[in-house]
Design a protein. Structure first.
Length: 133
């Protein structure tokens, strides 16, 4: 579980989840792929106290592990339905299965953990600039 910390203190985390996404011109919200980052040393990740939007990290049973409010940056001269983007860094104390974006009680977007990590294969040219046959 989440470490207990004195009121007003932020527990230190050794991992964070970077969550980002956008709202398009039609008002549809979506997530970009989220990624975990391991920190060299545990750090206190300070998150906003309030905001119109909410990122929730849920476990496999739908229980809220972490909940962070935020406001996406809005240009002062932007139209109300102009595209928006956001990025939120959340401390990780337990492994989330689902990331949810909410505005009040309204769920705007959902991102579920992939059942398996992607396979990545790097290829590069040889020293002479040609690929091996």
């Amino acid at each position: 579980g989440r470490p207990i910390a004195p009121r007003g203190a932020v527990p230190a985390a050794d991992r964070v989840l970077v969550v980002s996404g956008q709202r398009n011109e039609e008002g549809i919200w979506s997530f970009h792929p989220a990624y975990e980052v391991s920190l060299d040393e545990p750090q206190s990740i300070v998150t906003p106290d309030s905001g119109e939007y909410l990122i929730e990290l849920l476990d496999e049973k739908g229980r809220v592990l972490t909940s962070v409010p935020f406001d996406p940056p809005i240009l002062s001269d932007a139209e109300e339905d102009a595209p928006l983007s956001f990025e939120v860094v959340l401390p990780l104390f337990e492994r989330p299965e689902v990331v949810v974006l909410k505005q009040g009680d309204n769920e705007l977007a959902r991102l579920e953990r992939s059942p398996s990590a992607p396979d990545v294969e790097l290829t590069s040219p040889t020293a002479n600039g040609r690929r091996p046959m």
